[in-house]
Write a new protein. Structure first.
Length: 326
């Protein structure tokens, strides 16, 4: 396994090589801090990151949730004024003239997240696929966040059951956004219904939350961060799929809330193959990742889905499973 790390254009860059087979995809993950306010600064970061990914031969560039706008805050009038300027509809020229021309060569797709205009002055949290094969503003080619935590319910509407599955020559990919990853049913549908090989997770996943068990001498103030590391690994292992997860890092410019970072790639075994800093901006590039072969290896060793199907069946039109036959 080859390895190099260095600082270029203020980004720490970490590269790993998964295999010698150059026909397999190279994946770039941008473990970035979104400035708030700072739409133009965030655009600049994206462009600089993509240029580096291209230089390093990445085929896919993946960015965190809210990579253009940064996260919400409690002052609703001020937050809405800012987010109104950040919605994707206001940045079409930039995408067409600055972002899309970077596609080409080895770079095939850019996966990023931003707000769209919704109904009644609300927003929709949307993940876009920018490639020469996908129109990022066409409904079948985007994913709207399903599960909304806390403050997001004030500003955004759920996308409902709107799974996005993309077939590539390297495998089938499904998409989730941040809090979605906590909900087993969504992952089950992707794995057992859509038969994906990888889950691509974009997030602004926070770090800070306290859990204290004093009689057991167990305490943490980064409980949410602990959950990120736990859930990425456990979902990959229990569903025997790749997890390609890109998270925001750093402190919110207004609230001071800290985001956990820790972007990375987890194999279908659940083992993390590469993971970024929990504190600093970092670009990860994993070269020649053999998605199909190593998913097949895990399934040949012990196929959990086969045992699952022998016991459970999907109940039509309901978000549950049952082993009871009527």
């Amino acid at each position: 396994m080859s390895e190099s790390s260095k600082s270029t254009r203020k980004f720490l860059i970490t590269e790993r090589t998964f295999s010698e087979d150059e026909s397999k995809p190279s994946i770039g993950l941008a473990n970035l801090h979104a400035e708030v306010p700072g739409i133009e600064q965030n655009k600049d970061k994206m462009l600089r990151a993509i240029e580096i990914f291209k230089e390093k031969g990445a085929n896919f560039a993946v960015f965190p949730e809210f990579c253009l706008s940064g996260y919400f805050w409690e002052d609703e009038p001020a937050c809405r004024r800012y987010m109104d300027s950040a919605v994707i509809e206001n940045h079409g020229d930039w995408i067409e003239k600055s972002l899309k021309p970077l596609l080409g060569g080895t770079l095939r797709a850019i996966v990023f997240n931003n707000l769209r205009k919704g109904d009644g002055g609300r927003y929709v949290n949307t993940t876009f696929i920018l490639s020469n094969r996908h129109d990022h503003m066409t409904r079948p080619d985007w994913y709207n966040k399903t599960f909304l935590p806390g403050i997001e319910k004030t500003y955004t509407d759920t996308g409902g059951d709107n799974r996005l599955v993309i077939d590539t020559q390297f495998g089938r990919m499904g998409f989730t956004t941040c809090y979605d990853f906590m909900f087993a049913e969504l992952l089950l549908k992707y794995v057992h219904g859509d038969h994906v090989d990888a889950i691509v997770q974009l997030a602004s996943w926070r770090a800070m939350a306290e859990r204290d068990y004093p009689m057991m001498n167990v305490k943490t103030d980064v409980y949410y961060g602990y959950l990120w590391d736990l859930m990425m690994a456990s979902r990959a292992a229990s569903h025997q799929v790749w997890v390609i997860a890109c998270n925001a890092v750093g402190e919110h410019g207004i609230t001071g809330s800290r985001f956990w970072g820790g972007s990375g790639i987890w194999a279908p075994s659940g083992l993390p193959l590469v993971q970024a800093s929990h504190f600093n901006e970092e670009l990860l590039i994993a070269h020649n990742v053999d998605i199909m072969a190593h998913r097949e290896f895990e399934l040949d060793d012990f196929n959990y889905a086969m045992d699952f199907r022998e016991i459970y069946r999907v109940m039509q039109d309901q978000r549950t499973h049952s082993n009871i036959e009527f």
